[in-house]
Design a protein around this ligand. Structure first.
Ligand SMILES: Nc1nc2c(ncn2[C@@H]2O[C@H](COP(=O)(O)OP(=O)(O)OP(=O)(O)O)[C@@H](O)[C@H]2O)c(=O)[nH]1
Ligand SMILES: [Mg+2]
Length: 472
């Protein structure tokens, strides 16, 4: 992979060669192009080791939350393949419209870049195309924003054909919106000398190419979604309750999935390790549920990703219950901020009103007194550790309760003449008990509601009998 010098890469790292079809499962281009290596098949980096980054942030007030956001951005960069060497924070009511940083701070960063020669300057926030260009011009180094880095990690972690299509669509939407910004900017210049001609035409044709490609991707994703819908409908018809793991990235959703179901989902101390959904059946006692693990959330999750990942996020949107997983080892203020971000995304995808169970994971990292404090603050939350197994049995019980709630208790006497109904109860029922009486077999069980209705009809109409065994 060739790293373009600053300023020469096309906007958002999406060059024209993107539109050349290299076959369905081609590698994604990355929006940021850090040196994170997924495996040995990746292109060799030009230079050994991660890239070096200067991280900048402009906030109205530097507080715990803004510091957390900055650390998280450093973590995002680490996942994408860059190590942060310097952090520069500017306090001002809003970022400068033209250059993101104010004049003084910009001069400071120009000096820093001259001395330290980083590979990239990363901004913990969103840059307008104009801010990005100004910064790249003034700093003479590649500049990326939070969205570009998150998209980049998604590109790095996408493995399935669907995941790759979703990420590419999100990348193109990002580029498209940025070109729009640039276009308006040129229009504002009034189309005078220097703004007409080939430059403008190029932009127009770039935008047409982007639109065409986005159309192709949307169609392909719709086709894939159709076959997925068939599977989803089948699951729905089975009546088995569907539970989705959701929560902040790196909270331990996949680890819980593995611990509960034995699924071999990849687990890693990296942000957005999981992109593609996995669903497994979990049996507990006599009840089963379907558990799905999927992509994690983050504060300011780029809306392009939420849009492109619609069908993946259906696993959450269509669940009967959401297990909201949080990392209990985080300080309270960070956990709260993360919970707010998770709520926002759940609302955005239309899953805000699905019943939830709050799961506080990684409690093995807490002391006894911290656990007691946590119980005090989040009384209804379940405390779990996917490493020690703590709390997992209770969680399984809660999931089994959900499945049991889909069943209705029956207590019937089946006449000796209706032996076929006995086998039906054994086939459909859970926790079945029988006891012989003079008139027939008394049976207690939990039956799925439709099966219970069928039984009642069979007993009252087909046999002309009431459920207590007497003649109708
Ligand atoms: N100590 C401890 N570490 C855990 C626990 N559960 C998960 N981890 C670690 O936390 C990190 C993230 O775990 P994952 O299961 O990949 O988290 P995730 O929520 O699926 O993350 P994404 O897929 O990236 O959103 C890994 O390094 C896990 O080993 C736990 O109960 N205790
Ligand atoms: Mg995961």
């Amino acid at each position: 992979m060739v790293f373009p010098p600053a300023g020469t890469g096309t906007i958002g790292g999406v060059g024209k060669d993107r539109f050349v079809e290299h076959g369905k499962d081609r590698d994604l281009q990355r929006t940021y192009r850090g040196r994170a290596q997924r495996d040995e098949h990746d292109d060799p980096p030009l230079r050994q080791g991660p890239e070096r980054a200067v991280l900048i942030q402009s906030v109205p007030r530097a507080d715990e939350d803004s510091a957390d956001s900055l650390s998280e951005m450093a973590e995002l960069l680490r996942t994408a393949g860059a190590l942060v060497q310097h952090r520069v924070v500017q306090q001002r009511p809003t970022p400068d419209q033209r250059s993101y940083l104010g004049r003084g701070k910009l001069e400071e960063v120009i000096e820093l870049v001259k001395e330290e020669r980083p590979d990239v300057v990363a901004v913990d926030g969103e840059l307008s195309p104009r801010q990005q260009r100004t910064l790249e011009d003034r700093l003479g180094v590649r500049v990326v924003d939070r969205t570009a880095v998150i998209l980049d990690i998604f590109a790095l972690h996408a493995t399935t054909a669907e995941g790759k299509l979703q990420v590419e669509l999100a990348q193109l939407e990002y580029s498209y919106s940025r070109q729009e910004g640039l276009w308006q900017h040129l229009e504002r210049l009034g189309g005078g000398v220097g703004t007409r001609g080939p430059g403008e035409t190029q932009l127009e044709s770039d935008r047409r190419l982007l639109r065409n490609r986005m159309g192709v991707l949307r169609r392909r994703l719709r086709d894939l979604d159709t076959s997925r819908t068939v599977m989803r409908d089948r699951r729905l018809a089975s009546g088995i309750p569907r539970v989705a793991l959701a929560g902040y990235t790196n909270a331990g959703k996949s680890s819980l999935m593995n611990a509960l179901s034995g699924a071999g989902v990849d687990v890693n101390d990296a942000l957005f390790e999981t992109l593609d959904p996995t669903t497994r059946t979990i049996a507990h006692g006599e009840y089963t549920i379907l558990l799905s693990d999927t992509v994690g959330f983050i504060r300011s999750l780029p809306h392009q990703l939420v849009e492109a990942f619609q069908s993946t996020l259906d696993e959450v949107r269509e669940a009967d219950l959401v297990l909201c997983v949080a990392d209990a080892s985080q300080p309270e203020h960070r956990r709260d901020a993360q919970a707010i971000a998770v709520d926002e995304v759940l609302d955005e995808i239309g899953a805000g009103s699905i019943p939830r169970i709050q799961v506080m994971n990684k409690v093995d990292l807490l002391t006894e007194s911290e656990i007691a404090a946590l119980r005090g603050r989040a009384a209804s939350a379940m405390l779990t550790s996917s490493i020690t197994g703590q709390g997992l049995e209770e969680l399984r019980d809660r999931l089994a309760d959900l499945a049991r709630a889909r069943h209705t208790p029956i207590d019937v006497v089946i006449p000796w003449a209706a032996g076929d109904l006995v086998s039906e109860i054994y086939r459909d029922g859970r926790e079945v008990h029988e006891e012989s009486t003079d008139v027939g077999l008394r049976m207690t069980a939990y039956l799925p509601v439709p099966a219970a209705r069928r039984l009642e009809t069979a007993l009252s109409t087909r046999l002309g009998l009431r459920t207590d065994g007497s003649a109708a």
